[in-house]
Structures are given as C-alpha cells and as structure tokens.
Design a protein around this ligand. Sequence first.
Ligand code: ZN
Ligand code: ZN
Length: 305
Amino acid sequence: MKFGAHVSIRAAIHLAIDRAQAIGCECLQIFVGSPRQWREIVYSDADLDRFVEKRRAAKLDPLVAHTAYLINLGAQDMELFHKSTGALVYALRAMDRLDGLGAITHLGSRGTQSWPQALARVAAALTVALEATDRAMILMEHSVGAGGQIGGTFEELAEILDRLDHHPRLGVCLDSCHLFASGWDIRTATGVDATLRAFDRTVGLRHLRALHLNDSKTALGSKVDRHENIGEGRIGVEGFRALVHHPKLARLGAFIETPHFEEDVPDRRNLELLKRLREGRPPQRRLGSAGGVSRRKRFSSRRRG
Ligand SMILES: [Zn+2]
Ligand SMILES: [Zn+2]
C-alpha cells in the first residue's frame, strides 16, 4: 500500500508536488477546482506541464482528484444536476491531462426520491461524464449513509456498477472513517477481513481502486462523518494496522484527509505512523503525551470529505 495525502494546490498547482514531498507522500490527492464553489480554475499549459514533470520526478503515484463537495449526481433540480455533471467532467478532464488515475467523487443525496429514481439519475450523470472524457476513472466514494446520502451501502454501489454494466472506468473508493461510521467494525483484523469479504461478495474487490485512511471522531454506526488523526479516533491503531497489512489492499493508493496533529506539521505524522505500521515498527509515542493521547490544540474543526 502506498500512502499519500490530500494536498493543497494553493498559489500554483505544481506546488502541490513540493508540499506532498515535504510531508512524505508516496501518492497524491488534490482538488482541481474550488471544493465549495462551482468555480473552475483555468490553468496555463506551462503550469500543467510543470506539474506533470515534477510529479514524474517525485514518483508520486497514483494521482487522484477529489471533486467539489457540492456535487449531487442524484439531484432532482436540473440546474444542480447539470452543474454536478459538469464539475465531474471538469475533474476527469484534469486527470486526463495530468495523467491521473481518476476523480474521487461523492455521489450526493436522493432527497425525497425513491432509490430507483435516484439510481436512474446517478447512472445518467455517470454515463454523460464517461462519454465526455477519455481515460481517467470515476471513483465513487462510499459514504456514511446519513439521511438520503447515496452510496452508503455496498448494495447501492453494486447497483450503480450493474447499471453501468461494470464500466472499466468506474470504480470505488472506500474511506475507513465512512466504513466505521456506517457500521462496519474495522477495529480488528477480523473485522477488517469480514468487511472486505462482504464488499467482495456484494461489489467485487476488483472495483476497489483507492482508499481514504481517516480515523473517526464518532462511534461505530453513528452515520456522522468526522475525520480524526490516525490512531487517535474510535477506530484506533489496531484497525489501521489491519487495513495496511491486508493482502487484498496492498495494490492500492491510500490518501489521508486527517485534521493534522499540529498546525505547523501538517499530515507528516499521520503518514509516518502509517509507514511505521506498514513496516512493522512500533508506533511512536506522541510528544507531550504522558502515556496517552496528546491534548495539543489542533485545528480539527475543518471538515474534509
Ligand atoms: Zn469523510
Ligand atoms: Zn470525499
């Protein structure tokens, strides 16, 4: 398993490569547009070429984009539906241009629609996006399944894949925090194995193309999505040890979207901890910790999907 992080493209997209290297990334996730607005960024060819060159030299692989949080591929409102489809196409075109694996996207919410109605809309949006683009994959992110959130069960993801005839450019991203909050107990090796067996039976592990590794602030089955630093949440170190060592996950890129241990050391320690687990080294004790968890102030209110 390779470890990377969601890294900022602030100031210039190619600077994400420097930021990723500074914290020890082996793979990379970025936003290509604005995460909370329908704003597309127009990049110069020189900037994009520089990104490609620097990424090749840094050997960050795979590269994925995370789409805007506003996307709702099941929207009943036609304006929102078209904007959502457009934002997905935009992220896929960016990944085509930058030689990325694909765009990880939330599917949205069914609102007051029945599941078959929402499924039809999601399938239509995915079909449009696949036809409008060339190579990059759409990676549907499993959600916690709160309210009408789409993709909160393996069954829903399987039905979407079925509807698209298991399109080779359609895959799934599992998030450890979302799994746990939606009720899958991944705190032990046995629990991780049972979860992956269920996923394989229902969806098929061949469709699993990326992982988000985040601990959870909220309890098993809470359906509340709040990310925590690795090992500091309700999943805990043993769960991550099991995920990192599971043979069926070894081929995947795994991206953290954690709140950071310290403001000035963004994400480096989360990645270090995962690498220690992968290499069988004991996790390091936190600075300032008297045998427990550091209570250092963190800017953890920031929500990341
Ligand atoms: Zn999340
Ligand atoms: Zn997400």
